[in-house]
Ligand binder design. Structure first.
Ligand code: MSP
Length: 473
């Protein structure tokens, strides 16, 4: 069986997840489900990036211990993923010493062994929001514009990773497609960045300055830089550096890392360089999505413009949220999301489009006792847009078919035909049922519950007890 390994970023648990985070996870779930349907052995990883000062600060602010706080937020993450029907195989927590730390330290040791880590004095501005150094010219009014926070001034002795050594090899791997970056715009962006040359990067923090983090092997004065720690989750989750490496042997290298555009450089430069240094294979694809914006700005807690996925789920149901993310948020560009546009698309495409079509067809088949049998579901499921990770186009194609079926009902009026020409009317309704069944199969990765409901209703020839999607005023 072909193995397929897909990952989401691991999320910072310094606040609850918003629609932007739900997007990364939902599209990963759609792709994971698609590959399972194709008969592949899928491993789907998600998790939380916990060894960060952000979390310590957030816990302090509400008077909780870091552990209490983390457990609570992580349980909120998991509840949301459950509601959204996210079919992950593992949720990794980087504070989990047993699962994560020995692998992260093993990777560190491999990088150190080849001489790619070196102690140097560093001075610079550090933004906790980004968990990265930033430069004076990035600041607006002395603050990081993305997080609206003043950076810390850091001067300390750190371990440096010789990232600069790997620029040319990474460039070759990206140009040749060995490390594929989707879409092309992001590939061009990273190649242009590589053209300017890479600088070595601080890979540890002094224990005096940070309270959480993985200890550096053989150096009690330092903890691992949170991105070095976080990126290694993709292999530690598979047991790298432990006594059980079965999953690692089966699933590494990853087929695809799903990431947002703000973390492209970490994944396209630092992560491949770490793997090259440790002599490990590179992931195959980085799928880089844009931002969900709200009022034209990135949806983010620090900007105070977040939409809580739970709120939309409570009003419209989780399947509608999955639908919206899949179809109305572009896989590659930024897309704006407001409560108004959500309602508009829900009413037009779910209550009216899919919901209405299902009731119309089933009404005809139930009242005339017309049943169909489906022998081979498989042929309905093959499609190429999802193969190319173009989820939006995949959905557009499905909704085009929905519109065509609607039109054919209007044109042929089988509900009238059946009264005058029984055989002809029955044949028309059977074709409608088969087409609707095909649509339901195609919907399986996007809206698994709705897909199952429609398939069952058709096979049992039943009307839904209540509308699939109630219109919202
Ligand atoms: N912890 C790091 C990732 C480490 S992966 C080894 C991190 N966490 S995050 O919680 O800040 O972001 C996680 C993901 O959510 C990123 O891919 C980011 O791009 C995505 N999003 C956060 N806000 C977003 C939007 N408004 N829109 C779409 N995705 C965005 O970065």
């Amino acid at each position: 069986m072909k193995a397929f390994y897909i990952t989401t970023p691991i999320f910072y648990p310094n606040a609850n997840l918003h629609m932007g985070h739900a997007y990364s996870t939902t599209i990963a779930d759609i792709i994971a489900r698609y590959h399972r349907i194709k008969g592949e052995e899928v491993y789907f990883l998600t998790g939380a990036d916990e060894n960060t000062e952000k979390v310590v600060l957030a816990a302090k602010l509400i008077g909780k211990t870091t552990t209490e706080y983390l457990d609570e937020i992580v349980s909120n993450f998991k509840n949301l993923f459950k509601k959204l029907n996210i079919s992950y195989d593992q949720f990794i927590r980087t504070s989990d010493q047993k699962q994560h730390w020995s692998g992260a330290q093993e990777l560190w040791n491999r990088i150190a062994t080849v001489g790619d880590l070196e102690k140097r004095i560093y001075k610079g501005l550090y933004c906790i929001g980004h968990e990265a150094f930033i430069t004076e010219k990035d600041l607006v009014d002395g603050k990081c514009p993305d997080h609206n926070e003043k950076p810390q001034i850091l001067e300390e002795e750190n371990w440096f990773f010789k990232l600069s050594k790997y620029g040319n090899v990474i460039k070759e791997k990206i140009e040749s497609g060995e490390l594929e970056i989707l879409d092309n715009g992001r590939k061009t962006e990273i190649l242009a960045f590589l053209e300017r040359g890479l600088e070595d990067i601080s890979f540890s923090r002094s224990v005096d300055k940070v309270s959480v983090g993985i200890p550096i092997p053989d150096d009690l004065t330092q903890k691992m830089y949170v991105w070095c720690d976080a990126l290694s989750n993709y292999i530690t989750a598979l047991g790298f550096g432990t006594s059980d490496t079965n999953l690692y042997n089966k699933f590494w290298p990853a087929n695809v890392h799903i990431i947002g555009k703000d973390i492209l450089r970490f994944h396209a430069l630092i992560w491949p360089a770490m793997l090259l240094s440790a002599d490990l294979p590179l992931p195959k694809i980085l799928l880089v999505h844009g931002f969900i914006t709200s009022g034209g700005r990135k949806m983010s807690k620090s900007l105070g413009n977040v939409i809580d996925p739970n709120e939309l789920i409570n009003i419209y149901g989780a399947e509608s949220v999955r639908y919206y993310l899949a179809r109305h948020i572009s896989s590659f560009e930024d897309s704006d999301l407001t409560h108004e546009t959500f309602k508009e698309h829900y009413n037009a495409n779910l209550a009216n489009g899919l919901g209405n079509l299902t009731s119309r067809i089933l009404k005809m088949s139930v009242s005339n006792s017309i049943k169909i049998e489906i022998k081979d579901k498989k042929s309905f499921q093959a499609d190429s847009s999802l193969e190319k990770y173009d989820i939006k186009s995949y959905c557009d194609e499905i909704w085009k078919e929905i519109a065509e079926l609607d039109k054919s009902i209007q044109k042929d009026e089988p509900f009238k035909t059946i009264k005058t020409d029984k055989k002809k009317g029955e044949d028309q309704i059977k074709i409608l049922l088969e087409s609707l069944f095909e649509i339901a199969c195609k919907l399986e990765p996007i809206m698994p519950e709705t897909s199952r409901t429609i398939q069952t209703l058709i096979l049992e020839n039943k009307m839904p007890e209540k509308p699939l999607f109630v219109r919202k005023e």
